[in-house]
Design a protein around this ligand. Sequence first.
Ligand SMILES: [Zn+2]
Length: 154
Amino acid sequence: MITHYQNTNRQVQDPNNCPHGHVTNTPHNRWQMVSKDTDNTPMVLSAWTCANNQCNKLFICQHNWINGQFSFVRFLNGLPKGPDWPTPILELKDGKSMNTENPVPSKCIRTYLQSLEAEHHGLDELAGMGYRKAIEYLVKDWAIKNNPDKGKNY
Ligand SMILES: [Zn+2]
């Protein structure tokens, strides 16, 4: 699709699948608007209908202004987005992998976001366990990062 931003027509990549059925197709663009994300980043919100005649459902896409173009960020599915994480947490590595050749990201954010989704669906017990586990990952990985020589003790 084309969107008008800063007095210029901008190409915005169309979605090529549907978040409801995950079927690849060419959805129909129904509506779009330029707005701002919570951190003030310009964004395009667009509404689409699935072209698969078994589905035909409506969905919303969010594209953010990144490096001079609108790039797909996510489908808006009504779930909370989660916080904007500070860089030290975004870059935190899994303590067990920290001193290996391929350190992997800490599981704290992933676990937190899954807990948030569980809470949104009313699964409060599951969410509670998840939040506790997310904090555990955060504290352990942070401790190992700051005390790499003591990593074996955690
Ligand atoms: Zn669909």
